[in-house]
Design a protein around this ligand. Structure first.
Ligand SMILES: O=P(O)(O)OC[C@H]1O[C@](O)(CO)[C@@H](O)[C@@H]1O
Length: 200
């Protein structure tokens, strides 16, 4: 995943016309959308300025159309993120985006340069035309709401780069440890949960 991200970030991963990737479109919903979207938003100052990031989750076609109006198929990389690769909203948007690429000049044989997948079920991703080596695997035991820390974080990795992404993972591991060990009155996730409850 890091080798792939490095290639895209160094402008060595080329679209079908030989131009480097400039736009990343993350297609997913729930945990396959919100985590990476939040990281890209929150860590924008660390983001790669040559990449514009887009997130599509709504099955209402207006969501996807708004993004397609801003990007060039020749320089677009779509990441289809779905643990199951069966989620209706994500599959609908993935098929629409695939058709848009094909109808805007991307030859079927070169779709692999514009489409990658993240899934616990790589065979389903390959059926969509994604090259086997471009399917990044999520472990079965990763729950959707925590999946940012797995391959679902690919768009965040592309945007903030491997060094910052490793720091993000290390920070999460540190917080896991703090949650397990800190006394309740100083336990940050516990305090946040209590504040959220009181806020209701
Ligand atoms: O990643 P998938 O399989 O497309 O599922 C999308 C989301 O739907 C849920 O299964 C339920 O909302 C979440 O856990 C998950 O993040």
């Amino acid at each position: 995943m890091v080798a792939f991200a490095d290639q895209v970030r160094r402008q060595q991963w080329l679209g079908h016309t030989g131009k480097p990737i400039q736009s990343i479109v993350n297609i997913g919903i729930g945990g396959s959308d919100l985590g990476p979207k939040m990281v890209c938003h929150a860590l924008q100052p660390l983001g790669e300025p040559k990449l514009s990031m887009h997130f599509v989750s709504n099955v209402d076609g207006a969501d996807l159309q708004q993004v397609l109006a801003q990007i060039d198929p020749a320089t677009t990389l779509a990441i289809i993120v779905s643990k199951t690769f069966t989620t209706l909203e994500t599959m609908t948007n993935a098929h629409s985006l695939r058709s848009w690429l094909l109808s805007h000049g991307v030859p079927e044989a070169k779709l692999g340069q514009h489409l990658v997948g993240v899934s616990a079920d790589p065979a389903r991703a390959i059926q969509l035309g994604i090259a086997p080596e471009c399917v990044f695997k999520i472990w079965d035991w990763v729950g959707g709401r925590y999946s940012l820390w797995s391959a679902v974080g690919l768009s965040a990795l592309l945007y903030i780069g491997p060094t910052h992404f490793s720091e993000l993972l290390a920070g999460a591991a540190q917080m896991d440890q703090h949650f397990r060990e800190a006394p309740l009155r100083r336990n940050l996730p516990t305090i946040l949960a209590l504040l959220a409850r009181d806020g209701k």
